[in-house]
Ligand binder design. Structure first.
Ligand code: ATP
Ligand code: MG
Length: 393
C-alpha cells in the first residue's frame, strides 16, 4: 500500500485574513527543502500531504521536512481507498504491541461511507483486539492512538505516530534580521530562534586576521552553512576588524577595550544591515553570562545603535538550554572547536564589568579617525551567499 506523509501546520493556523500569505510561504519553503526529490504535493484544508515518492526517499524527506519552520508535526500514513476491507487489511500495521493500551479515532468527511465515525472506530478496535494478544482499549490515556481519516476525496489515511517538526513561522514572513555571528555556541542559536519566528537571516562576522586564524573564519562560514538547513539562504558579511582593534588598543583605556569593540561592531552591523534591507539586529547575548553581558554593558552597546531594534532571543536562557538547542540544530560540534575569535585579541586582564556609558562615549571619542576606519572596514567587507546542501547540484 502507498505510504504518504501527512503534514500539520503550526501557528499560522491561528492567522485570520492573511493566512493564505503564510500558507503560500510555507508551501514554497517546503518545496525548496525538498528540491531534487520527486513527490506530489497535495493541499487539503489545514493539512498537506506528500505522496507518490519513492520508498527509499522516505527518511530523507522526513529529515528535511522536520527542518521547515511553520510545520507543527508529521505522520507517516498509509493511503487506501475509502473501503472497509482496505482499511481493515492495513490497520494492523499500526496496532499496539503486546501489553500496550490503544484507542482508535476516526474522522469521516465522506458521508457516503457506510458507518458513522464512532461505529467504525469501534469496529476497527475490534479487529485489533481479535488479532493482537494482550492489548486493551483505553479511551483516556492510551499508549497508542490509531487514526483513520476518511476523506471526501475517496481516500483514507491511517496513521499513528506523530513526529514533531520545527514549529514557529515560515522563514521570510517576518522580515530580515542581521545576526552578529561569532564562533561560540550562542549566536547561531540566537539566529535560529529568530528564523523560527519567520525572519530571514543575514549574518555578519568580525575577524581579526592575522591576530586570529583563518580557521576561525572558516568555522563561522561552516556554522552559517549548518544554519541554512533550517533558515534557507544566508548572506554572510565578513568584516576585517584588525585595524579598528589596533586603534582601540592604542588609544583607549584597556579596561574599556571590549565595551568599545562591541559598540563599533554594532555600529558597523547596523550600517550593513540598513544597506541590505535588514530591519533588525540579532545578538547571542544572555544576561550575566560573561562580564560583557551585564545590564550596564548592554546599555553601552545599545546606545551605539541609531535606529534598528536589537533582538536578543537568548537573554533569559541558561547556557545549558542554549547548548541543548545548539546540539539539536547541529551547530554545537562546530562551536566546540577551539579557534579563538576577535574577542580574545588584546584582551585586558580586568575588563570593566559595569561600564559607565559616558566613559565609554568619551573613550570612543579618542578614536579621531573612527569614521574613516569604519568606512574602510565596510569597503573591505567580503560578502558570500551560503545555500543549504539540498539546493546544490
Ligand atoms: P557566542 O557564543 O555567540 O560567541 P559569547 O557568549 O561568546 O557569544 P560574547 O563574546 O560576549 O558572548 O558576544 C556576545 C555577542 O556579540 C555574540 O553572541 C555575538 O552576537 C556578538 N559577537 C561577539 N563577537 C563577534 C564577532 N567576532 N563577530 C560578530 N559578532 C560577534
Ligand atoms: Mg563569543
Amino acid at each position: 500500500m502507498e505510504k504518504v506523509i501527512l503534514l500539520r501546520i503550526g501557528e499560522i493556523f491561528l492567522k485570520g485574513k492573511n493566512k493564505s500569505y503564510f500558507d503560500n510561504s510555507l508551501i514554497n519553503n517546503i518545496k525548496r527543502h525538498l528540491s531534487g526529490i520527486n513527490y506530489k504535493f497535495v493541499k487539503s484544508q489545514n493539512r498537506y500531504y506528500l505522496e507518490d515518492f519513492k520508498e527509499e526517499d522516505l527518511d530523507e524527506i522526513v529529515d528535511r521536512v522536520k527542518k521547515v519552520f511553520g510545520l507543527h508535526s508529521l505522520s507517516i500514513a498509509t493511503k487506501v481507498k475509502n473501503s472497509e476491507e482496505e482499511i481493515k487489511d492495513n490497520i494492523l500495521e499500526y496496532a499496539p504491541h503486546e501489553g500496550q493500551s490503544f484507542r482508535v479515532t476516526c474522522t469521516r468527511a465522506d458521508k457516503t461511507f457506510p458507518y458513522k465515525s464512532y461505529e467504525f472506530a469501534a469496529k476497527m478496535g475490534g479487529v485489533i483486539l481479535a488479532n493482537v494478544k494482550n492489548v486493551e482499549v483505553d479511551l483516556h490515556e492510551p499508549d497508542v492512538v490509531i487514526s483513520i481519516d476518511i476523506r471526501e476525496s475517496g481516500y483514507t489515511y491511517i496513521f499513528s505516530q506523530k513526529i514533531m517538526c520545527a514549529q514557529g513561522m515560515p522563514v521570510g514572513t517576518a522580515g530580515k534580521g542581521m545576526l552578529l555571528l561569532s564562533g561560540g555556541f550562542d549566536s547561531p542559536v540566537a539566529g535560529w530562534r529568530m528564523a523560527r519566528r519567520g525572519m530571514r537571516i543575514s549574518a555578519i562576522h568580525f575577524h581579526s586576521y592575522p591576530h586570529t586564524s583563518l580557521q576561525a573564519k572558516e568555522k563561522v562560514i561552516d556554522l552559517a552553512k549548518v544554519m541554512t538547513e533550517y533558515c534557507g539562504d544566508i548572506d554572510l558579511f565578513i568584516v576585517p576588524f584588525t585595524k579598528i582593534q589596533e586603534a582601540i588598543h592604542e588609544h583607549c583605556r584597556a579596561d574599556f577595550m571590549i565595551t568599545i569593540m562591541r559598540r563599533i561592531m554594532i555600529m558597523i552591523a547596523e550600517r550593513i544591515a540598513k544597506a541590505n534591507e535588514c530591519g533588525a539586529l540579532i545578538t547571542g547575548e544572555s544576561l550575566a553570562q560573561v562580564a560583557s553581558q551585564t545590564v550596564e554593558s548592554i546599555t553601552s552597546t545599545n546606545q551605539a545603535v541609531e535606529l534598528l531594534p536589537v533582538f536578543r532571543p537568548l537573554i533569559g536562557m541558561d547556557k545549558s538550554e542554549i547548548i541543548e538547542t545548539a546540539e539539536h540544530i547541529g551547530t554545537a560540534k562546530l562551536s566546540e572547536l577551539p579557534y579563538p575569535d576577535c574577542c580574545t585579541v588584546f584582551l585586558p586582564d580586568f575588563p570593566v564589568i559595569k561600564p559607565k556609558l559616558q566613559v565609554a562615549i568619551d573613550e570612543q571619542a579618542k578614536l579621531v579617525d573612527l569614521e574613516a576606519l569604519i568606512q574602510d572596514a565596510i569597503d573591505n567587507t567580503e560578502k558570500m551567499r551560503l545555500k543549504p546542501s539540498y539546493t546544490e547540484e
